[in-house]
Design a protein around this ligand. Structure first.
Ligand SMILES: Cc1ncc(COP(=O)(O)O)c(C=O)c1O
Length: 383
C-alpha cells in the first residue's frame, strides 16, 4: 500500500534535489567549517553559500542569519538571547510550545509575560498586543502562521506597534516560510525563526534572522561560531540541505506552486464539507497559508480518526498533546473557543510532493471513516 502523507506541518520529506546537495557532505566534503585547511575551507564556502540561499528566501543580509538546530532553538535563542529578569514579554496563547514554554521558563527566571488570546477565527488582534505594552516590555513574540490552523497573523501591524513602543519584535515563521513569501524588511521584524524540515529540508537544522545591530546573547557557551551568536560546529550537511530547500522554495513560488497548492487544499475542503454533514473548517475566515486545513467533524474523537486513517494508509494529525498520560485538546483550538470541538478537529497539511490523485483518494475515504466513528459515538447517535 502506497501511503499518503498529509502531515507536512509536522515534518516534510526531503526534495530529491536537497538530498543530492547534501550527499557529498558526509564522505567527500566533510570538513569542519572552522578548519583552515582545504577541507575546512570547502565546508566554510558551502555553509556561506547556504547562508546566502536562506537570506535570499527571507530578504535578509547574510550576516543576519544564524544557523541553529531548528525552530525550537531559534525561538529559544530569540527569547533567552534578549530578555532579562525584570523585563516583560508579550506573546500569544496560540504560539508553538517552543515559544510558550520558553516564556514560562522566563517567568521562572523573573521576567513577566503577558499571553494575549485570539479571536474565534484564530487571529491575534494587534490592538490586544498594543494594550499589553508596558514601560518594561522588552519583546513581542507572535508567530507568522499558526501550525494547527494555518492562520496568518497580522505580523506587519504588530511589528509597527513594537517599533513605536521601541521593543523587539520576534516572529516564529516556521510554518510560514516557503508557503508564503517572506521579506523581513517588509514585515519589520527584528528576529524571525525558520526550520528546514518544514520546507522539504532536513530535520535538526534551522535559522534565526537577527536584524543587524541586535545584541543577542548566545545561549550555548563555547567557540565563536556564527559570529559569537551560536557556539558549536556547524551542521554542514543540514545547512547545505537547508540552503538548497530555500532555493527550491524560491523556484516553487516563481512557478506558482503556492497557487497550485491552495487549489488542492481548497478542493479537499470543499469536497469534504460537501460530503460530510457537520464538518466545518476552523479559521476559515482567516487568511491562511496554502497548505493547511483544520477540519472539525462533529461527533468524532480526533485520535480515533487519525488511527482509522492510518489503517487506510493516510497520515493526518490532531493538535492534541499528551500530557501526564492524558490527551489534552489543542491549546490553539481551545484558545479559539472551540471547547469540545477541539477534540474533534483534524489537521490535513499538504506538501510539495502531494498530488491531485492523493487529494481525491483522501476525499473518497473521509466520509466513510467519519460515518463509522459516529456510529460508535453515543453523543452523535443521540442527535
Ligand atoms: C510554529 C512552530 N514553531 C516551532 C516549531 C519547532 O520547530 P523544530 O521542530 O524545528 O524544533 C514548530 C514545529 O512544529 C512549529 O510548527
Amino acid at each position: 500500500m502506497r501511503r499518503i502523507y498529509f502531515d507536512n506541518n509536522a515534518t516534510t520529506p526531503l526534495l530529491p534535489e536537497v538530498l543530492a546537495a547534501m550527499q557529498p557532505c558526509w564522505l567527500e566534503n566533510f570538513g569542519n567549517a572552522s578548519s583552515i585547511h582545504q577541507q575546512g575551507q570547502r565546508a566554510r564556502a558551502a555553509v556561506e553559500a547556504a547562508r546566502e540561499q536562506v537570506a535570499a528566501l527571507l530578504g535578509a543580509r547574510t550576516s543576519e542569519i544564524v544557523f541553529t538546530s531548528g525552530g525550537t532553538e531559534s525561538d529559544n535563542l530569540a527569547l533567552f538571547g534578549l530578555v532579562e529578569p525584570g523585563e516583560h514579554v508579550i506573546t500569544s496563547a496560540i504560539e508553538h510550545h517552543a515559544v510558550l514554554n520558553a516564556c514560562h521558563r522566563l517567568e521562572e527566571l523573573g521576567a513577566a509575560v503577558t499571553f494575549v488570546g485570539c479571536e474565534a477565527n484564530g487571529m491575534v488582534q494587534p490592538e490586544a498586543i498594543r494594550a499589553a505594552v508596558r514601560p518594561e516590555t522588552k519583546m513581542i513574540s507572535v508567530m507568522m502562521a499558526n501550525n494547527e490552523t494555518g492562520a496568518l497573523q497580522p505580523v506587519q501591524e504588530i511589528a509597527e506597534i513594537a517599533r513605536k513602543a521601541d521593543v523587539y519584535f520576534h516572529t516564529d515563521a516556521v510554518q510560514a516560510a516557503a508557503k508564503v513569501p517572506i521579506d523581513v524588511e517588509q514585515i519589520g521584524c527584528d528576529l524571525l525563526t525558520v526550520a528546514a524540515h518544514k520546507m522539504h529540508g532536513p530535520q535538526g537544522v534551522g535559522a534565526l534572522y537577527v536584524r543587524r545591530g541586535t545584541l543577542l546573547k548566545s545561549m550555548l557557551v563555547g567557540g565563536r561560531h556564527e559570529r559569537g551568536r551560536r557556539a558549536g560546529t556547524e551542521n554542514l550537511p543540514g545547512i547545505v540541505g537547508f540552503g538548497k530547500a530555500a532555493e527550491m522554495a524560491q523556484e516553487w513560488f516563481a512557478r506558482g506552486g503556492d497557487n497550485q497548492m491552495r487549489a488542492l487544499r481548497d478542493r479537499l475542503e470543499q469536497a469534504i464539507c460537501a460530503a460530510v454533514e457537520g464538518a466545518r473548517i476552523n479559521s476559515r475566515e482567516a487568511s491562511r497559508v496554502p497548505n493547511t486545513s483544520n477540519i472539525l467533524f462533529e461527533g468524532i474523537e480526533g485520535e480515533g480518526f487519525v488511527i482509522a486513517m492510518d489503517l487506510k494508509g493516510i497520515s493526518v494529525s490532531t493538535g492534541a498533546a499528551c500530557s501526564s498520560g492524558a490527551i489534552e485538546p489543542s491549546h490553539v483550538l481551545t484558545a479559539m473557543g472551540l471547547g469540545e470541538g477541539a477534540r474533534s478537529s483534524i489537521r490535513f497539511s499538504l506538501g510539495k510532493q502531494n498530488t491531485a490523485e492523493e487529494v481525491d483518494a483522501v476525499i473518497s475515504v473521509v466520509p466513510d471513516v467519519v460515518h463509522k466513528l459516529r456510529e460508535l459515538s453515543p453523543a452523535w447517535a443521540g442527535r
